[in-house]
Design a protein around this ligand. Structure first.
Ligand SMILES: [Ca+2]
Ligand SMILES: [Ca+2]
Length: 410
């Protein structure tokens, strides 16, 4: 069975591995099938011994259109939508019920039991939040992202096993996680072989201090944003992050729960339904879909609800805390769970000291040989202070809140 995990603890785990790896033994999941994204900034930094910029990627990766194999868009009839005005850049997700949870051989234990969930209708950003949109937020508010600030050791050590020594001050500097493909085949049970904590990597420097966003990258999804950053953006925009129930329901596009959003056919080198990984993971990217890294936020064929890149491209933050037993409680508590908002706290047995939030949808790094997280039911968990090159977000708003926002603006 596979699991996806991404946390600040794992970032620190990349930071001082040679010195104290024995004190953070929980950080490295043991089976090759696990999705070994570092899910904790704290753990990555306390095991970090190299912080150079990756050499095999640039921020100028060629981007082409894609979308083969997706259903034709069938956006809900105008007559079924709430009255005008509609929020710009958002699509209406009509209220409904669905079976939430894993389907198919790739499903993981934390996706069970499958249970009936009902959600109210809501507006959802048609795309992942772009660099241009995030720049507007930063320009108006002066907001500084987590990756651009010095990590606070007093906060980080709360996520680490007692007695973990403080890393050198040279480690505790602004930075973020960057995918760095090794030059040769590597064992899949050690994510530090393809993830690097890169000093100076942040949303405007996606692969490190020597890369810099320009206007030609405006339409790429913003990355290197922590959950805290995503929530701050949503607050500014008058919106909120989706719950994982809302996210999963919206990804299905009005279809019954299914193994993949497009049906039962797994992605392959000849079937490219989303911006995922092709080639041998992680050392030999082939980008048969046109992209090694992220694609423009609206570059694929939209889903039946008009949503772009729900699957693949970049992971998307959700509002919920992660617990592996969330569904068990939801299934026990009611025949149909109404608008579930997740548990009151977080617990990940893989990293018990690290609280984590949910990410959904998979990214340009997802591959069948690894964690197959390009499924609508796949859950990833990441500490809210972590950021990486393959995680972004999109926002939602209820119709009543949108009406209030319109009133406030007039
Ligand atoms: Ca790709
Ligand atoms: Ca996505």
């Amino acid at each position: 069975m596979t699991f996806c995990t991404f946390s600040l603890l794992a970032i620190f785990a990349l930071a001082l591995a040679a010195q104290i790896s024995s004190t953070v033994a929980k950080v490295e999941p043991s089976t090759p099938e696990q999705c070994l994204s570092p899910s904790s900034r704290a753990a990555t930094l306390v095991t970090q011994d190299k912080t150079s910029a990756p050499s095999a990627l640039t921020s100028d990766t060629t981007l082409k259109s894609e979308g083969q194999g997706l259903p034709s868009p069938t956006v809900p009839e105008a007559s079924s939508l709430p009255p005008q005005p509609h929020p710009p850049g958002m699509v209406w997700i009509p209220a409904g019920e669905f079976d939430m949870g894993g389907i198919g051989p790739e499903a993981r234990p934390d996706e069970f039991p499958v249970h009936r969930v009902q959600v109210d209708g809501f507006w959802m950003d048609a795309t992942e939040v772009s660099n241009a949109e995030f720049r507007r937020f930063v320009g108006e508010t002066g907001y500084v992202t987590t990756a651009e600030k010095n990590p606070d050791w007093e906060e980080l050590k709360k996520q680490l096993p007692p007695g973990t020594p403080k890393p050198d001050d040279s480690i505790l500097v602004p930075g973020s996680l960057v995918f760095s493909p090794p030059g040769h085949r590597v064992p899949l049970n050690n994510h530090s072989l393809w993830w690097q904590w890169v000093k100076g990597a942040d949303w405007t420097h996606p692969v490190g201090p020597h890369s810099r966003l320009s206007s030609m990258h405006d339409n790429l999804p913003v990355v290197h944003v922590s959950w805290d950053d995503a929530v701050a953006y949503c607050k500014w925009a008058g919106k909120r992050l989706p719950t994982e129930a809302e996210w999963e329901y919206a990804s299905l596009g009005g279809n019954p729960a299914r193994r993949f959003t497009w049906g039962d056919t797994p992605p392959s080198d000849s079937f490219l339904p989303a911006n995922l990984w092709q080639g041998d993971f992680p050392h030999h990217p082939q980008a048969l879909d046109g992209y090694v890294l992220s694609a423009p936020v609206d570059s694929d064929t939209p889903s039946p609800y008009g949503l772009h890149h729900m699957i693949g491209n970049v992971w998307e933050w959700c509002s919920d805390w992660y617990r592996e037993d969330t569904y068990k409680h939801d299934a026990d508590s009611a025949k149909t769970t109404l608008n579930p908002k997740g548990p009151a706290d977080s617990f990940d047995p893989m990293e018990p000291t690290v609280p984590k939030r949910i990410n959904r949808g998979g990214s340009f790094l997802c591959d069948a040989s690894y964690c197959a997280s390009y499924r609508p039911a796949a859950r990833m968990k990441t500490s809210p202070d972590s950021s990486s090159i393959h995680t972004g977000f999109r926002a939602v708003i209820s119709d009543p809140h949108w009406r209030l926002l319109v009133e406030k603006k007039h």
